[in-house]
Structures are given as C-alpha cells and as structure tokens.
Design a protein around this ligand. Structure first.
Ligand code: FE2
Ligand code: FE2
Length: 342
C-alpha cells in the first residue's frame, strides 16, 4: 500500500461522503446538525452554478467562503485527469484560483455540478485517533466537567497506550524475523504516539482535564494472532479511518488549536495506517486459514460499528473536534468498502 494511494483513497471517500447530491442535482455540504456556532459550516448550497449559468462564461469561479474551498468550472475541467482521482499536481492546478491562507490544497475531488451540463465542481481540501493495545488494562472513563476536555483526556490515554502497542509490535516483529523496514516503522510509530500523547494531553490540560494514567499488562506476551487482530481492527480500521476523520477535523474543528492538532497528527497517522496495511501480508504468512478469516470478520465488524460509535458521541464533542456526523461516516464506510476494503 503506497502512501499516496492510501491518502487518495481516504480523501476521495471522505469527499464523496460529504458531498450528497440534493434535489435538483446541486452539490450540498454536510448540514449542521447540532448548532455548533463556532464551527465553520457551509450554507449547504453551491451558488456558483447559477452565477456561472447567468454569466454564460467559462471562467473558473472560486468559492473560498468556508474551509472546504471550491472552484466551479462552468464549462468543464481545463484538462483531462490522468486517473479517476486527481493527483496532487492536478489538484494544485485545479484549485489555483483560490488563494489559500495556510497553504494547500492537500487534496481535492471533482464532482459534476447540476444535471446534464458540463459544469464541474472541484472541492479543494486545504485545512487540516489511536491504536489501542490488546493488553490495555482498564477502560476507565476520564470524567471531566467539560465534555471536550473529557474527550481529549480519553484520546490522550489512547495515544499513550499506542506507544506501548507499537513497542510490543516492534519486539514481536523482530522476533519473527520481519524485514528491518517494518521493524523500523513500528519503532518510529511508537515515537510518534509519544509525541501525540504530549500534544493532545497539553490540550486536555489546557481545558482543565486531569492526568489519567494508562495501565497495560506488561507481562502479557501477545500471540501472533492477537497482534494480527490488533493490527486488523486498530490499524486497518481505527487508524485508517481515523486519517479520514483527521482530514475532516483539520478543516472543521472549532478552534485553531484543535485544527492544528489534527494537522499535526495527520501525516503520522497516515504512516501508521500504511504500516498496518503492509503488515497484513506479513502476519498472514504466520496464520492459518481460519485465523485469517477471523481477522477479516473482526475487521468487518469494526468497520460496521463506526457509524454507530459516531452516533453515540456527544454532539458537542463531535462539533468541537470537527468530526464528521454519523450519516457521513456511514457513507464514508460504504465508499471504502468498495475500494480499500473490497
Ligand atoms: Fe497512530
Ligand atoms: Fe496517534
């Protein structure tokens, strides 16, 4: 699994999950569900289409009013895409009419605007979750008065637990004679997770959260199957889909600090997700057919649970952290089932 392919598949699935054709074929953004006044939200209507039609010109129309910047090409794209998903270079060219404040775009997606015409809309994404080890001992919730502080404290615990998960993974991979590159990537991921724990922990404490210790069963030596299961669920589902969440969060979180947090986690988590997928074939060599089938079933189950987990999340937390809503997660999962998880 290459870095670019994984990123493009996740970005493409996220953009398609957020852009639902509404009545009349107008592309609409995710509707604000729970009144998050601080969150940058779209009006829900892409007005660029009407302007273009009225003027009858082919000039690209940039719309930089929200974090999800768009460019409408009334007479179609100026060039044919090399593939089904625009490359970064193609995105840069297509999104050039927008003046990005913080650099960008990082990715983009192309959708037909309206029905029957040649107009195309380019969504330009410019604005900018963890691996829970099998032997994490307690699931104690991090009770805080502020629900966002509580969520950040819980996230800090998972980031800190992920350090342990990757260290154990590194030791096991070395013991199994895995390629040195896989061992090095696991070691690097542990360092990333330690940095994440410090970053998210500082944000949690800034909101008044206390420190919540992480306890793991240090003496437990996981079997290869246990580690492969952890990789299938935590890596190939939670860290992988977490990358798509982070892409949404870096654009939609309620404060600059939370958007910056998502931005800082994004590349690391993409690398961790990539490692997870690269580990699948390595672990498969050490498992029998029944175990491999069990892994795929567990992965499928974890994937199906994601929209329900998002639906259960406190709406205030979801809006503050800039996470996509449950219906969008449902569409994201459905889209990924046709690509990454096919
Ligand atoms: Fe991670
Ligand atoms: Fe992390």
């Amino acid at each position: 699994m290459t870095h670019d392919r994984l990123r493009n598949v996740l970005t493409s699935a996220l953009l398609s999950a957020l852009a639902v054709p509404a009545c009349g074929g107008v592309v609409s953004e995710e509707p604000p569900k729970d009144g998050g006044a601080d969150v940058a939200t779209d009006t829900g209507i892409d007005t660029g289409t009407d302007v273009a039609t009225d003027l009858g010109v082919c000039t690209p129309i940039p719309d930089a009013a929200t974090c999800s910047e768009k460019v409408v090409y009334p007479c179609g794209l100026p060039f044919a895409l090399a593939g089904s998903t625009p490359t970064l270079e193609e995105c840069k060219s297509l999104c050039a009419p927008i003046k990005f404040t913080y650099g960008g775009p990082y990715s983009c997606g192309v959708y037909p605007t309206g029905t029957g015409g040649t107009s195309q809309t380019v969504n330009c994404a410019s604005c900018a979750v963890g691996r829970k080890p099998v032997d994490l001992l307690d699931e104690a919730e991090c009770h805080e008065e502020d629900p966002v502080a509580e969520a950040l404290a819980a996230m800090t615990r998972i980031e800190a637990a992920s350090v342990h998960a990757f260290r154990k993974l590194e030791r096991t991979l070395r013991g199994l004679g895995a390629p040195a590159s896989l061992v090095a990537r696991a070691r690097s991921a542990a360092r990333d997770e330690a940095r994440h724990a410090r970053l998210v922990g500082s944000l949690a404490r800034a909101r008044g959260a206390r420190r919540h210790p992480v306890r793991v069963a240090k003496d437990h030596v996981p079997t290869v199957f246990e580690l492969a299961l952890e990789n299938a669920v935590e890596g190939c589902v939670h860290e992988t889909v977490g990358v798509a969440y982070l892409e949404h969060q870096r654009a939609h979180a309620a404060t600059p600090e939370l958007r910056a947090m998502a931005e800082q986690l994004y590349d690391d988590e993409l690398a961790h997700a990539e490692l997870s997928w690269d580990l699948v074939s390595f672990f498969d060599q050490h498992l029998d057919a029944d175990q491999r089938r069990a892994l795929r079933e567990a992965r499928d189950h974890a994937l199906s649970a994601l929209p329900h987990e998002m639906a259960k999340l406190d709406g205030r937390v979801r809006v503050a952290l800039g996470l996509p809503d449950a219906p969008s997660v449902g569409r994201l999962v459905a889209s990924l089932r046709t690509t990454l998880y096919a």
